[in-house]
Design a protein around this ligand. Sequence first.
Ligand code: GDP
Length: 444
Amino acid sequence: MAFEGLTERLQNAMSKLRRKGKISETDVREAMREIRLALLEADVNFGVVKDFVKTVRERAIGSEVLESLTPAQQIVKIVDEELTKVMGEEATALNKSPHIPTIIMMVGLQGAGKTTTAGKLAYRLKENDQARPLFIAADVYRPAAIEQLQVVAQQVGAPVFELGTDVDPREIVRQGLAQAVENKNDYVIIDTAGRLQIDEKLMQELADIKELAQPSEILLTVDAMTGQNAVNVAESFNQQLDITGVVLTKLDGDTRGGAALSIRAVTGKPIKFTGQGEKLTDLDVFHPDRMADRILGMGDMLTLIEKAQTDYDEEKANKLAEKMQENTFDFNDFIDQLDQVQKMGGIQDILKMMPGMNNVPGLDQIQMGPKETGHMKAVVSSMTPAERTDPDLLNPSRRRRIAAGAGRPIQEVNRMIKQFKESRKMMSKMSNGNFDGMDQMFGQ
Ligand code: GDP
């Protein structure tokens, strides 16, 4: 899971502070030493770590923090704010040209996820802006590159302009752009060639394409799993092409955090999107504040809520949010949710984004496939409508009746009702902005 080690070590450093009533300067220095090591071990750029630690230490040692009633919380807040700053503070939107087409040039090393990301981006533009993108296949070196783009484009439902592998990429781009103008495509996504390593000839070719296409956006795709190497790649591409943004891919993998935390500070260019999987829908806007929360193990509730909103209609999502807040979420909603959860990629994906869940042992063992969902549904359908809306009615004799009706053991029914009530409490707390007590809930 991404950032696991970093999150754990940062949380350890913080909880040591939390256990002390009064915090001294020495305590802060000690905590900062641990944070420094945690960041270095997560492969964060040395210079970035140095500046970060210095800023946090200076802010934390200030008397208004140490003499406040809640010094540990204040320090957590400072760390959270500074992590956000390192990653750029605000989400950065895609550049758009004042006249069509908006040209997006995708660049990056081979295997970083350039073609996949081009597809995800086109999908996103089509879904959100009803755009009509055209792909230009300008990678003539890797034998299967054009076919790969065609497969992706077909999934997206967008055309590809290609001239095979024998034509110079500059010429392909020139003709592709002419076709986009003729067909009134509002976006053009140029899939350029990659290499295993940065090389002069490729950079010259990319610079030429940039010169002739004048793209509004040069998006560099880098693989988050490669840590510092991703940062070096970003630095070189930026020096040579003056990129406009970065897409950090494979954040669904076991990445340590170095790339996410260093790229902005080292290159000065924003991470605009993150890739979170291989599917077309696995592209998220990069929000530095949410990423900082996630790294600190405070979860990513907003992304979760957004995910919920894109996967079902807004009215339903709003109603749900209201119910969570008012603590009136009932068993009917619960069943609805089970169905939605399956659609959204399963419970593990969702739990990973929730506050405090990074460190919950046994998360990977949670079984919530169609079979388990089926059992839960059977239990709920054996309840009367009144019981479904008011779980407090569920006394022992009603529970026995429900277990018999659903053909499930009574222990399972009891467990499910208990979990339901606890999650309801938790949802109401979280949707009111209170994340305390989550750790107790999971027996930590
Ligand atoms: P390119 O050579 O840069 O065009 O890279 P590709 O688009 O061919 O991607 C290389 C591999 O990485 C493929 O197997 C993709 O499915 C995979 N990939 C791309 N983005 C992601 C991501 O965000 N998460 C994961 N897990 N895999 C990804």
